[in-house]
Design a protein around this ligand. Sequence first.
Ligand code: ADP
Ligand code: MG
Length: 144
Amino acid sequence: MRIEKTLSIIKPDIVKKNQIGEIINFLEKKGLKVVGMKMVHLTIQKAKRFYQEHQNRPFFEGMVKFMCSSPVVVMCLEGENAIKLNREIMGATNPHEAKEGTIRKIYGKNIEANAIHGSDSEEAAEQEINFFLKANYSINKIKN
Ligand code: ADP
Ligand code: MG
């Protein structure tokens, strides 16, 4: 058993459709616990820093603009194998290629408006949680 933390972001397409609650409900029902959460409206500069690994990709500017088109909900999720489990629950990057029953299949519109972000490795999870939720008070210890 391996309890991990991962970073999740509910993207602007979901926020604009008033579906934040549905996504959180979906993640919780799959066994992921929300241990940190905040709503932020990213600046272009901050979104570029967050996605810097993609800075040379052709979609970079458009994707950054999309991520800044409304507030987003940033969450730290905790659970057994949370990083991999969250990626499975999310589904493939392109909603059209995502498996049935995944968040991106159900809620995603296209490869840009794909509903949700999730850390893809232990290193990314640690770095991304620090990026958004660094202060100790923003991650809680919850006893069941
Ligand atoms: P993931 O979010 O599944 O980890 P990536 O890290 O490869 O995917 O890409 C980061 C984000 O960039 C994706 O979630 C998506 O919103 C956007 N993106 C990736 N590829 C494309 C593309 N070909 N066209 C437009 N946006 C893209
Ligand atoms: Mg990624």
